[in-house]
Design a protein around this ligand. Sequence first.
Ligand code: 4AD
Ligand code: MG
Length: 430
Amino acid sequence: MDKILVQNAGKFEGQKVKLNGWVYNSRRSGKIGFLLFRDGTGIIQCIIIKNDVGEELFDSFKTLTQESSISVVGEIVKNDRAPGGFELLLSSLEIHQLIEGYPITPKDHGTEFLMNHRHLWIRSKRQHAILRIRHEIIKATRDFFDSNDFTLVDTPIFTSNACEGTTTLFETEYFGESAYLSQSGQLYGEANAMAFGRQYNFGPTFRAEKSKTRRHLTEFWMVEPEIAYCELDENIEWAEKLITFIIDRVITNRKIELETLERKIEDLEKFRGEFPKISYTEAVEMLHKGGFDFEWGGDFGSPEETYIAEQFDKPVVVHRFPTAIKAFYMKRDPENEKVVLGMDVLAPEGYGEIIGGAQREDNLDFLLERIEHEKLPQEEFEWYLDLRRYGSVPHAGFGMGIERVVSWLCKLPHVRETIPYPRMIQTLRP
Ligand code: 4AD
Ligand code: MG
């Protein structure tokens, strides 16, 4: 007899199989029992008919409690009304652990309670669906770069310098000196691009974000492509293609999960393709027309980003930001030195920035000027400056925050549900 997974049940129609898992829910209607059984890949309904299985097995079924661990044996049958399209006609049941008092019940619990029980909460249908979509997004991201001739080149987490400003650095003691947890692998990504042409790095990044918002984590996962001989327009094209590829994959492979989250496929389909593009200056004009009191030169906050994104039905690319509000490594626009060749992708539906990137400053002197102006310790950047000394070329890249994308594609109210164990200000456990 085959030992199978719920998600493959359809391939075993008419066969007797075994499944290992846990009780999601159970109820009875007279002499028929209905057991919602989960195994981590999905939920299948098991039907237990007293007259067929006998009194002893039926009594044993009656004792089952939520999250007790069990194995079931039975025949897979088609039922179009059942979730997933198939059911199991149960013929035997083995109980591994019968439990009492599982903390999370079908009733409404507050967010704080659920967050404190995150290690159990991830078993719930909704959380499970989100994390499966997260996996799909990560897999799609890797497949996209792998199939476009990028090499995965890992970057360190312990670093001696800041990439994204010194205000959000996590400092740690490192054998008698200070080390900082990486805010972005980009600077190393640039070195990798000079060695591999097209590279991507992908890993956890850290920012001591002191503000509590629905978009910020202190530990989040970022994928960062970096491409040699690439300018701003091509960089934007890579971002568009990546997002479109991810959405296609999620639609194709995660229909059940999207349905669980009540996320409409038609809505996701609309987000694909070429994105509208506007300069920062055009975005500011747009804000003025919308009644915002916003001065050219400022950074967009969440209300501004939301308003700009609302003017489009696809993600919108904003480019050419004021030099003063952007990182030291962004290339100044040769046509207007007040702005840099940076770009952000803002997601629709109020999700804000999902991608931030730029063409990099490839001129050694301009870069030195920026390092000095930002009062960064030049000696810590000497290795990075070598990239401009030895074979400097136009190059560009971006960083996409996985959690922001999960949040948007799943239409979640808060980024804390997009990662198995979120880390935020005041959240270190479980
Ligand atoms: O815009 P950011 O800060 O860009 C960089 O770090 C560049 N060095 C990336 C590069 O060009 N290689 O961050 C990139 C993305 C943001 O667009 C957002 O999606 C995500 O990382 N992000 C966060 N996600 C969750 N919590 C936070 N605190 C985040 N900060 C940034
Ligand atoms: Mg940014």
